[in-house]
Design a protein around this ligand. Structure first.
Ligand code: 13P
Ligand code: SF4
Length: 306
């Protein structure tokens, strides 16, 4: 789409958004032009906080399905629209309710902590959620002697263990975009940019995390880069983050650790689909009451700890 078409469509979106009394929330992995029409851009944690506190009548969620579900759980009276109903998170689909119930039977005494990248039905079976921004604090808040089952991201789980010294049982899930980032790509990027600091998302493998100057959520990386005295950064997370990084720190230089770091699900949301979503208020995401009631506590307990 050329720049002129983007501008025209963005104007129409902003007008329609006001008519609909809608708020547009977007994750940092969204395409740049989608981020640019959003009222609020954030990481998973900030987006849940925003979804819980908006007074808009409609939430257009530019992200993936579990994020829209969390918005529906936290703001059940709002209309929540996900511009492409097929924008999912493959990691969230690596665990389902039946599998989780079976695991819980094996360790019935465990507190179950779930990464926010899980379906609402899975959250309904868990004790407390976390995002990459608060995972360490959430686990550290649990009584020391309490056994913990952490689902579904084994890489984030390993990072929490390394930071807290807690022994946790980990589910065998992962984000295929972050998990498939090879250590060789990190070494090559460091050789090419020896002055650059390496920022790594904790969804990456432990050997990649071990090389990092900063391990952080997407929002944490942006804050770190803006506040740091360094001028150059290697970025080990999804490519969409380059847009807010360049916007907020225009004089600094950012290099992707690998060109493969692209989440095709996040990129399913386009400006056209955002416009259509505002026009039709479809596709909607509505978590059924019975699941919502059980999943709400899991998210609320997390939001209390932040
Ligand atoms: P954060 O926004 O919490 O950094 O998470 C990244 C992610 O993979 C969202 O799906
Ligand atoms: Fe899921 Fe990974 Fe895409 Fe995030 S980047 S939505 S964890 S597949």
């Amino acid at each position: 789409m050329d720049q002129k078409t983007i501008e025209k469509l963005s104007e129409k979106i902003l007008q329609l958004k006001n008519e609909r009394k809608a708020v547009i929330l977007a994750h940092f992995y969204q395409p740049p032009e989608v981020q640019d029409v959003a009222d609020f851009i954030g990481d998973s944690l900030a987006l849940s906080q925003r979804a819980a506190n908006t007074d808009a009548e409609v939430i257009v969620f530019c992200g993936v399905h579990f994020m829209a579900e969390s918005a529906s759980i936290l703001s059940p009276d709002k209309i929540v629209v996900l511009p492409d109903k097929n924008a999912g998170c493959p990691m969230a689909d690596m665990i389902d309710v039946a599998q989780l119930r079976q695991k819980k039977q094996e360790i019935p005494e465990a507190t179950v902590v779930c990464y926010v990248n899980t379906t609402a039905s899975v959250k309904a079976e868990c004790d407390i959620a976390c995002t990459s921004a608060n995972a360490v604090n959430v686990v550290a808040s649990l009584p020391q002697e309490q056994p913990v089952l952490f689902v579904p991201d084994k890489n984030l789980g390993h990072y929490i263990i390394s930071e807290t010294g807690r022994d946790m049982v980990l589910w065998e899930g992962c984000c295929n975009i972050h998990d498939l980032l090879p250590i060789e790509d990190i070494r090559k990027a460091k050789e090419k940019h020896p002055e650059a600091l390496l920022m790594v998302h904790p969804e990456c493998r432990p050997e990649v995390v071990a090389e990092a100057d900063k391990v952080a959520s997407t929002a944490g990386m942006i804050n770190f880069a803006c506040e740091s005295e360094a001028d150059e950064f290697i970025v080990a997370t999804e490519k969409g983050i380059l847009h807010p990084l360049k916007k907020r720190c225009p004089d600094k230089h950012f290099y992707m650790a690998s060109e493969r770091l692209v989440c095709t699900d996040m990129k399913k949301i386009t400006l056209d689909k955002v416009y259509q979503a505002l026009l039709t208020l479809e596709p909607r995401v509505k978590v059924p009451m019975e699941i919502r009631e059980r999943a709400l506590g899991c998210l609320e307990r997390m939001l209390e700890i932040v």
